[in-house]
Design a protein around this ligand. Sequence first.
Ligand SMILES: Nc1ncnc2c1ncn2[C@@H]1O[C@H](COP(=O)(O)OP(=O)(O)OP(=O)(O)O)[C@@H](O)[C@H]1O
Length: 308
Amino acid sequence: MIEVEALTKRYGSTTAVDGLTFTARPGTVTGFLGPNGAGKSTTMRVVVGLERPTSGSARVGGHRYADLTAPLHAVGVMLDARSVHPGRTAYKHLLAMAQTHGIGKARVREVIAQTGLEPAAHRRAGTFSLGMGQRLGIAGALLGDPQTLILDEPVNGLDPDGVLWVRRLVRELAAEGRTVLLSSHLMHELALCADRVVIIGRGRLLADATVQDIVERTERAGAVRVRTTEPEALARELLATGAQVTPAEGGALQVRGASVDEVGTAARRCGATVLELATESGTLEEAYLQLTGDAVEYRTADTRGGAR
Ligand SMILES: Nc1ncnc2c1ncn2[C@@H]1O[C@H](COP(=O)(O)OP(=O)(O)OP(=O)(O)O)[C@@H](O)[C@H]1O
């Protein structure tokens, strides 16, 4: 369990984290999202004792990280996969970590096998690809068989096989009752592997809910999309029943305030042939973009030439 409570972290005049409260629970994969500079890394660094909070607190399994006597057994952390000494082999790196906690060589070999690093175990980490470095970082996080895992961008640099492997791994870890906090900018991937998401912007909480709840809050969710041979006639028919109708992509109509059945019946009344009819559902990416629209620190001009 990770409990972040009223956490604030300032660097001089920059407030990186601003009164943030959330809990990542056992048996759950919690996705941690936010635009660049939102304060995710700072929050994770405070949780694992690399930064002191300005105010508020962060606890792992009920303890401050600094009070943990054997941190590797309590929380497995992968914050920066490149932080490995480049001259050390994967095996030596993990063995050095293991020795700080009296963990045996058998466990080192176990996590090497679990993360698919066997063929590279005796190669220097400096020669590793980004994806192999990620696997080594995850191996280090798993070493102490911890109840809580914090993984910053674990799928970054992984090939499709690796992405699938991380997805299965985090699901398995949660199924074993562990707490997994996972940051990623890959919304589609997070939607597949996270149960809940915590979304922050400018250091503040924007949303803390299940993926399903968040997706249901999108502007598109619950609307009906209909494509017909007689869009004008159907629009008139629906407007007369009090529904709201707007033009949608591909000559379709987006309808609010009427169910699929009601739209189908209205089409029959006005003699329109229905070519397509479905309830729309949003995506985590849409929900994220809607929620963080005002909290993006670094904007890029969009493809139409204007700022979003
Ligand atoms: N050591 C530091 N000194 C000064 N400012 C910092 C420091 N670390 C982070 N910041 C600032 O705090 C804010 C939050 O940064 P943080 O790295 O936590 O964001 P993030 O959500 O992890 O971003 P990203 O997705 O880009 O990794 C940013 O404005 C950043 O510039």
